[in-house]
Design a protein around this ligand. Structure first.
Ligand SMILES: [Zn+2]
Length: 301
């Protein structure tokens, strides 16, 4: 799908620019290209940035492969999905996790932690980035939270820059303070690679969506949005979506007892984005950016 900005900066949608089915091994890989206009002033990044939304059922496990090397894993899925997560990391030939971020301590984000740390033993000593201290939780600690407490943790908050290289910036947009609602307090990350912007919205609900829309407005504008909370909500703060205006929406979901995704919200996201990919249907979803253009590949078509 092709998008061009006119002189007013508005985006016009044109016809599909590239839609190809490729076979890699036994996996059907669907590729779609979402070109952005090149800006003469911006430097051309050297290598691609890849973000893999790994299929771990209901939960998140997002691997960011940086252009200049280095792997960041954001969340680890549920404990029962750990074999799936580790198999996916092996398929990607991941040897080390350089930075591990846990957006919040619910089991569908934290459950695979001990398996990941066992699989990458050389990485055990480094810090895990979290939005708040496990000791500050009001809930009774679950086994994964007890496991987390054994590691060196670094609390990261709104305003912090996690990474700043010539080609990639990663900023923390949320939380600033802790409210006690883990979903609302979960880490929101903005990743910028040249002209291509990604928003990873963890499990935030309408309260945080409103705060972000008010605080950041159109600075939230992103080409790709990781949809918050697996659409296990009944409400969304619409100005939040309107500020993001994502062309690509990624839904990380599998079987669940919550009847997620909410049908009305799913329809709204489908209407707001040019394409919506979901891990239960497409398997692992990979977004590749060269700094100007965004390509999406999926494990299943
Ligand atoms: Zn979740």
């Amino acid at each position: 799908m092709k998008h061009r900005r006119n002189s007013l900066g508005e985006i016009k949608c044109h016809t599909i620019g590239l839609f190809a089915i490729t076979l890699i091994g036994l996996l059907a890989v669907q590729t779609m290209a979402f070109p952005e206009p090149a800006r003469v002033s911006s430097p051309l990044p050297s290598s691609p940035l890849k973000i893999h939304f790994i299929h771990v059922g209901y939960g998140d496990a997002t691997l960011i492969q940086l252009p200049d090397g280095g792997n960041i894993l954001v969340d680890t899925g549920k404990s029962e999905a750990a074999p799936q997560l580790l198999a996916a990391l092996d398929r990607l030939n991941i040897q080390t996790i350089d930075t591990l971020i846990i957006t919040h301590f619910h089991s569908d984000h934290l459950g695979g932690l001990s398996s990941v740390l066992k699989h990458f033993p050389s990485d055990k000593s480094r810090e895990i980035l979290v939005p708040f201290a496990p000791e500050d939780l009001e809930m009774k600690p679950t086994p994964p939270v007890e496991q987390l407490k054994k590691h060196a943790l670094r609390i990261i908050r709104e305003g912090e820059t996690l990474l700043k290289t010539p080609s990639v910036h990663i900023e923390v947009l949320h939380p600033k303070t802790q409210t006690g609602n883990q979903n609302e307090d979960s880490l929101v990350l903005k990743i910028v690679h040249g002209d291509v912007h990604f928003l990873l919205a963890a499990d935030i609900g309408p309260t945080t969506q409103k705060k972000l829309a008010e605080d950041y407005g159109h600075q939230l504008k992103s080409d790709l949005l990781k949809i918050p909370h697996h659409l296990n909500d009944t409400r969304v703060f619409s100005p939040f979506l309107e500020a993001i205006r994502a062309k690509i929406a990624i839904l990380t979901i599998g079987e669940n007892p919550y009847k997620a995704p909410n049908a009305a919200l799913l329809a709204l996201y489908q209407q707001q984005s040019k394409a919506l990919f979901r891990t239960d249907q497409h398997g692992t979803i990979t977004a590749t950016s060269d700094g100007h253009t965004l390509h999406i590949e999926t494990e299943r078509s």
